[in-house]
Design a protein around this ligand. Structure first.
Ligand code: MG
Length: 381
């Protein structure tokens, strides 16, 4: 067990579930971080009196309130988030949503801390930068995304040369089985209604477009050093099989269980050991499991992600940034559902491809892609 946890993105979906795991394991929470000084963060800070608190972008009022309530425990600004990520000996759970999570991932790895990685943008946008940081200190990255945790667990004890391919499962999202014309008028509320996983807003929309699965393919490429032609996707609406690894002898190992993020979160904390978890016993009896090919024509985001991944360099960062802008616009009713992938493609065609070696390189590409996507949205270019 680690000396304690640092929970980044503490008020988000992964963050709040990490507190459940900390309580279950009896692991201290050393620090928590969130974007704003919300009531939720204030409540968490009160409940965990030993934790330092980092608020990335507080309003003036929030800052005063946190200073009055918590004194020196509270720190402010993006640098405070990086500071808590370097807490000595901690396991850092990075549940920050979006590309702002990258710098925290790199800071944790540079401090030699184990990184529980739920922020997929770290590897998608900044894969080469994150892997270089890991190499510098030899710190561990333990994936928390359910699919990657599944693959990580299936690969344990296996030789890399024995792996034929990895297969990510995709729920298919709320629009599985629909045609393109049936997707023209879907609303944010319909797209947010994910059938099997309880998740944040962006990732729910990304699941509906299959952008999320595309991001996960790219993430798997970096995490497991797997070429794209050996990463496959199969749709599995029940989300019971969390992913598979196929070996050269024709055997496959699958990771199976109730879809609940507290399982991969806990594994990232206890690895390489296991501990009694929060879920009731699991049974396959009575479960009907289906598997089907993804509909790549209706959901073109998946093939686009493979294309972008193969391009490498800054292309995945542009893909990710344009998607963040597009999802926000869709949620605000300024862009249609089918317009999301369209905006990503148009942004990709307008942002020049560069190599990435520092966090600043990634953030510069991210900012440029956001600007271009925003301009395209408003019809300015
Ligand atoms: Mg996932």
């Amino acid at each position: 067990m680690p000396v304690g946890l640092v929970i980044l993105g503490a008020t988000g979906s992964v963050g709040t579930q990490t507190f459940d795991v900390a309580r279950q394991l009896g692991v201290p929470v050393l620090a928590i971080a969130a974007r704003s000084g919300s009531d939720e963060l204030h409540a968490l800070a009160s409940r965990w009196p030993d934790a330092r608190i980092a608020v990335a972008t507080p309003t003036g009022d929030e800052r005063i309130r946190f200073e009055e309530s918590f004194g020196n425990r509270a720190m402010f600004g993006p640098a405070a988030v990086l500071d808590v990520a370097t807490t000595s000996g901690a396991t850092v759970m990075n549940g920050i949503v979006g590309s702002v999570g990258l710098a925290a991932s790199v800071a944790a790895l540079d401090a030699g801390n184990r990184l529980g990685l739920a922020n997929k943008e770290s590897l998608v946008a900044g894969g080469p930068v994150v892997l270089a940081a890991q190499k510098r200190t030899g710190a561990e990255i333990i994936p928390v995304d359910s699919e990657h945790s599944a693959i990580f667990q299936c690969l344990k004890g296996e030789r890399p040369d024995d792996v034929a391919r990895i297969v990510l499962t995709a729920s298919g999202g709320p629009f599985l089985g629909r045609t393109r014309s049936e997707l023209e008028d879907v609303t944010p509320a319909e797209a947010l209604a994910h059938p099997t996983w309880d998740m944040g807003r962006r990732i729910s929309i990304d699941s509906a477009t299959l952008v999320n699965k595309g991001l996960e393919v790219i993430e798997a490429h970096f995490l497991f050093g797997m070429p794209f032609d050996r990463i496959d996707v199969v749709v599995h609406p029940q989300s019971i099989v969390h992913s598979l690894v196929e070996f050269v002898d024709g055997s496959s190992k699958a990771h199976v269980g109730t879809p609940d993020m507290r399982v991969p979160i806990q594994y990232a904390v206890t690895y390489p050991e296991r501990a009694v978890g929060l879920l009731p016993p699991f049974s396959l009896a009575g479960k009907n499991l289906a598997f089907l090919e993804p509909d790549r024509a209706t959901f073109p985001a998946l093939d686009l992600a493979y294309h972008v991944g193969a391009l490498g360099g800054s292309a995945p960062a542009v893909f990710n940034a344009a998607d963040e802008v597009a999802v926000e616009a869709f949620l605000q009713g300024r862009l249609s559902f089918l317009g999301i992938v369209d905006l990503i493609e148009r942004t990709l065609s307008k942002v020049a491809q560069v190599e990435l070696s520092t966090v600043e390189d990634v953030l510069a590409v991210d900012a440029e892609a956001r600007l271009v996507a925003t301009q395209l949205l408003s019809g300015a270019c």
